[in-house]
Structures are given as structure tokens and as C-alpha cells.
Design a protein around this ligand. Structure first.
Ligand SMILES: *[C@@H]1O[C@H](CO)[C@@H](O)[C@H](O)[C@H]1NC(C)=O
Ligand SMILES: *[C@@H]1O[C@H](CO)[C@@H](O)[C@H](O)[C@H]1NC(C)=O
Ligand SMILES: *[C@@H]1O[C@H](CO)[C@@H](O)[C@H](O)[C@H]1NC(C)=O
Ligand SMILES: *[C@@H]1O[C@H](CO)[C@@H](O)[C@H](O)[C@H]1NC(C)=O
Ligand SMILES: *[C@@H]1O[C@H](CO)[C@@H](O)[C@H](O)[C@H]1NC(C)=O
Length: 503
């Protein structure tokens, strides 16, 4: 089994190598390295690039990298990497911490933030395996040439000011394992190119300006972590949501609406899910109760209705439960507050009418602004009366789709995608040959996510500052802007909140 995997990888690598050499030759001739006269095709290519310069949506701004013939490179791949990194340097408009100042000369492995490791397919040569410019405060964009870095396993640029779109040529990064673009200024549609990355396990797009829908194929990919919170996605979760094998998924602070899908109950790897501050409007599906490994469940600041299902008593690993700021009602099931690991249960700002004594014994709980008799800080009698006199909630009226397991989407037609073993170990971190450890540590490494963590880097990666601790609460990749508490209720940051129907 392993053998086969490895074989496939080698095969993949060889075909990629060919593709990359081909790609490189295009790039080289287009950059005027060949000193002869330009052919008509080359002129056209350059023209097109210059045209594209003004057409940002293609992500190709026409960098012009020439390689000084006097430069000597350790191997051909590092020369290609030089082209990619120099193109990137040209696309950097501001680098206040001078991180790219030493990006000169042929020794790209010495460039700050660039990490080399033995190539997977040829351990005798070094290639660029990781990039970590986290917390660089760099302004600029990502040039298409970055697609030349085909040996890249880690690409971490969180907390910078990169804008524009994600280059289409990222599709060549077949070994990319972790992609962290969080806390930048990327915009436009969901970067569909990530769907073409067969090795990707960790996808972090949070705190950007992506908008529109999220392709349903995302949930059929063998990802371990998805962070897309704090963008502008507007979307109903599709019925294949439950196919996702993620252990952590954070969708908070977008404009997802529709149902909390019952297929959640099939996400047996799930450890943490945060759906807070969207527009979900349905009941809580009882299937959720079967998630034995779930530790964090947060659906606060939505418009969920109905009771908390009794089945939630089956969430035996649950530590943090937040259902606050919804329209939930009924009595809190006693089994929930007796869950062995539950530390913090927040159910304020709903319309609950009863809570078992066990809840009051929890280490931390918040039952304010409900309709619970004899408890302090409840809603007014009038509010409770008007809400509770309405017709009882009919959960089937939301017409939430039942879970229909869907087959994974067929691979995109054009690029030769080699299927990747869906379970760990990811190719990058456990090759048969002496492991070339991917260099920088995962940037915001949610400790639970990486059960098989990438082996330690050869030299400790001098990450500019310690990665933000990520766990619960969609940890803002640190920007002062997001450090404050969430907006009090629907409204402030939530663009067009359907006004709460009551009071
Ligand atoms: C690229 O840059 C070189 C030198 O920096 C210049 O001679 C050449 O004309 C440029 N080519 C294009 C297409 O801009
Ligand atoms: C970066 O380089 C500029 C110019 O040499 C210098 O003025 C500035 O202080 C440097 N910034 C840092 C953070 O080192
Ligand atoms: C999803 O869960 C349902 C009910 O638990 C089960 O019948 C179904 O087979 C599951 N599907 C998958 C793909 O695991
Ligand atoms: C749940 O956690 C246990 C222990 O942590 C682990 O052995 C098991 O494989 C996990 N189950 C799933 C489906 O991830
Ligand atoms: C409990 O969870 C709520 C909501 O996430 C949070 O605001 C509060 O600080 C937590 N309390 C403790 C003691 O962790």
C-alpha cells in the first residue's frame, strides 16, 4: 500500500518536473533571457502579459525577471526558484521589516523566509520546500511565477498586506500541504485553484475579503482543517458538507445561511466547528449528537430555532458549547450539563424556559436573557410571552435537505491529477526516502489538527513572531482590529441582518 503510494508520488514528481521545465522555458524566453530577436509568438506572449498587467483578475501582472548569466546555481530547480522569488520581489511594494532585503543572488536557500529541503524525488539536491513570511506586514501581490515553486510544501504568509487574487499557476504546487493566506487583503471569488492541490491538508483563508459562494467541491477534499472565517462568503452549506473529513472547520463571520446541515453528523473526525455569526436559520439537527470527538461547538449569533436536541447528550468529548444569541427555546436537556468534559456552556439570549440544576454547577455557564423562571437577568415577561405564544417551531418547515452522501467530485479535466491517498500521512511529510522535512512550522497550528505533525525542520524556522495560538473562537491572526469582542448582536459587523422578528 505504502509502496504504491510512493510510486505514484515519484511518478507525479517526474511528470511535474517535466511540466515545470516546460513552464520555465516559456518564462525564460518571455523574460528576454534568450538574447536573440523575439519571435512573433514571444512578442505576442509579452504583449499579452502586458495586457494582463491591467487585468488583475488573471493574476498575471507581467513581472520581468532576467537571470544574470554570471550567477551560479546549486541546481536547476534553485534557478527556477530564483526566477519565482525575484518575480515576487518585484511584486512587493512595501516591506517595512526588510524581510526580503537579502533576496539577492543565487543562494535562494539563504533568503529570509525561504526554506530548502532535499527534493522528494531526488534527495541529493535541495529545492525550495517552504516559505514563511508570517507577520511580515508586506504589501504586494502574488505573481503567477510562484507556480514555478513546484516542490513547495508550505506556504505561509499570514498577517501581511498581500492583495489581489491567488495565482492560477498555484495549481502546479502538487506537493503543497499547508496554505496559509490568512489576514491579508485578498479579494474576489473563492480561490478555486486550491481545489486542484492534491496534497493540501490545511487551508487558511480567514480574515480576507473573499466573496461569493464556496464551491461544494471543497467539502469533498481530503482536508484536515478549513478556516474561511471573516470573509464575505454568502452561501448555503451544501448537502455534501458532511463528506468533509476535517477535524477543524471555522466558517464564522460570513453570511452563510440556510440550514445547519444534518450531514454534520457524519463528520466523525470533527473536533471543532465554529459557525458563529452567520445567518443560519433552522433547527439544530439531532444527528450532531453522534459526534463523539467533538470538543468545540459554536453556533452563536445565528437565527436557530427550536430546542436543543436530547441527542446532544451524546457529545461525550464536548468542552465548549455556545448556542447564545439565537431563537432557541424549550428546556435544556439535563444530559448536556452532565457531559463529563463540558467546561463552558453559553446559552444566553435565547428563549429557553428551563434548565436542569446540573447546568448551574458547571464551571462556566451563561443563562442570561432567556425565559427561565426564578433566574436573574431574564427577558421581560412581555418578550417571553410574545415569543412563546407563537406557534411551536416545526423543524421540518425549513426543508433542510436530508443527508445524501455524494461521491467526490471528479477531478478537473485538464491537469493530470494523481489521486492522493486520502488518509495521512501526507506525501510531503512521510516519504520513504530519508524524510526531507518541510521547514517552517505550521503557522497557526491548531494543535488538534495535526495529529501526525510534520517532522521538525532541519533548522528551526526563524518565524518572525510566534504563530498565533489557534483554537477556539476563530483566533484572529493577530490584528488589533479583531481583538475586541464580537459585535453585541446581529447588526454591527453583520451586513444585512434580517431583523429579529421579536422585540
Ligand atoms: C526586462 O528587463 C530588462 C532589463 O531589466 C530589459 O532590458 C527588458 O527590455 C525588459 N523586458 C520587458 C519585456 O520589459
Ligand atoms: C529597513 O531598511 C531601511 C533602509 O535601510 C531602514 O531605514 C529601516 O530602519 C529598516 N527597517 C527595519 C525594521 O529594520
Ligand atoms: C451518514 O450518516 C447516516 C446516518 O448516521 C448514515 O446512514 C450514512 O451512511 C452516513 N453516510 C456516510 C457517507 O458516512
Ligand atoms: C476519536 O478520538 C479517539 C481518542 O482520542 C480516537 O482514538 C479516535 O480515532 C477518534 N475517532 C475519530 C473518528 O476520529
Ligand atoms: C465561555 O464561553 C464564552 C463564549 O464563547 C466566552 O465568552 C467566555 O469567556 C467563556 N468563559 C470561560 C470561563 O472560558
Amino acid at each position: 500500500m505504502k509502496k504504491k503510494t510512493h510510486f505514484e508520488l515519484r511518478f507525479l514528481h517526474i511528470s511535474l518536473l517535466i511540466a515545470f521545465l516546460f513552464g520555465a522555458s516559456v518564462s525564460v524566453s518571455a523574460s528576454g533571457i534568450g538574447h536573440g530577436r523575439l519571435t512573433e509568438a514571444e512578442t505576442l506572449y509579452i504583449k499579452q502579459r502586458q495586457l494582463l498587467y491591467y487585468r488583475d483578475e488573471f493574476g498575471d501582472r507581467g513581472e520581468n525577471v532576467t537571470v544574470d548569466p554570471s550567477l551560479v546555481f546549486e541546481n536547476g530547480r534553485l534557478k527556477i526558484a530564483y526566477i519565482a522569488l525575484q518575480a515576487w520581489k518585484q511584486a512587493i511594494l512595501s516591506d517595512p521589516r526588510n524581510l526580503t532585503r537579502n533576496w539577492v543572488g543565487s543562494n535562494v536557500c539563504k533568503y529570509k523566509g525561504v526554506f530548502c529541503a532535499p527534493a522528494l524525488d531526488n534527495p541529493k539536491i535541495r529545492t525550495v520546500a517552504g516559505i514563511d513570511l508570517n507577520h511580515g506586514d508586506i504589501a504586494g501581490y502574488l505573481p503567477e511565477e510562484l507556480g514555478l515553486l513546484v516542490d513547495l510544501a508550505l506556504f505561509h504568509i499570514n498577517s501581511n498586506r498581500f492583495c489581489g487574487t491567488v495565482p492560477h499557476k498555484f495549481k502546479h504546487l502538487k506537493l503543497l500541504f499547508e496554505l496559509d493566506l490568512s489576514n491579508n487583503r485578498f479579494a474576489g471569488k473563492f480561490p478555486a485553484v486550491v481545489l486542484k492541490l492534491p496534497s493540501l491538508k490545511f487551508l487558511d483563508l480567514r480574515f480576507n475579503e473573499f466573496e461569493g459562494t464556496v464551491p461544494r467541491e471543497l467539502f469533498d477534499k481530503p482536508l484536515d482543517a478549513i478556516f474561511i472565517n471573516h470573509n464575505r462568503f454568502v452561501f448555503d452549506l451544501p448537502d455534501n458538507f458532511g463528506n468533509s473529513p476535517v477535524s477543524v472547520i471555522v466558517l464564522a463571520n460570513n453570511k452563510f445561511h440556510g440550514c445547519v446541515p444534518s450531514s454534520l453528523g457524519n463528520m466523525s473526525n470533527l473536533n471543532e466547528i465554529i459557525l458563529m455569526n452567520n445567518g443560519f436559520r433552522s433547527c439544530l439537527p439531532p444527528e450532531i449528537g453522534s459526534l463523539k470527538n467533538l470538543t468545540v461547538f459554536d453556533v452563536s449569533f445565528n437565527q436557530l430555532l427550536g430546542p436543543i436536541p436530547d441527542s446532544f447528550g451524546g457529545l461525550v468529548s464536548l468542552e465548549q458549547l455556545n448556542v447564545a444569541h439565537n431563537l432557541l427555546s424549550g428546556k435544556i436537556p439535563a444530559s448536556i450539563c452532565s457531559l463529563p468534559s463540558l467546561q463552558n456552556f453559553t446559552y444566553s439570549y435565547n428563549f429557553f424556559t428551563g434548565e436542569p440544576p446540573a447546568c448551574l454547577a458547571l464551571r462556566s455557564f451563561d443563562d442570561r436573557r432567556n425565559c427561565i423562571p426564578a433566574r436573574p437577568l431574564q427577558r421581560s415577561a412581555g418578550q417571553c410571552k410574545s415569543f412563546l405564544s407563537r406557534r411551536p417551531v416545526d423543524c421540518s418547515s425549513f426543508r433542510c435537505k436530508p443527508f445524501v452522501p455524494s461521491l467526490p467530485a471528479p477531478p478537473p479535466p485538464s491537469p493530470p491529477i494523481v489521486p492522493v491517498p486520502s488518509s495521512p500521512p501526507p506525501p510531503v511529510v512521510r516519504p520513504l526516502t530519508p524524510p526531507p522535512p518541510p521547514p517552517p512550522s505550521p503557522s497557526p497550528p491548531p494543535p488538534p489538527v495535526y495529529s501526525p505533525p510534520p517532522p521538525p525542520p532541519p533548522n528551526p524556522p526563524p518565524s518572525p513572531s510566534p504563530p498565533p495560538p489557534i483554537v477556539y473562537e476563530s483566533p484572529p491572526p493577530p490584528t488589533p482590529v479583531y481583538e475586541g469582542p464580537l459585535p453585541p448582536i446581529y447588526g454591527v459587523s453583520y451586513a444585512s441582518p434580517p431583523p429579529p422578528p421579536f422585540y
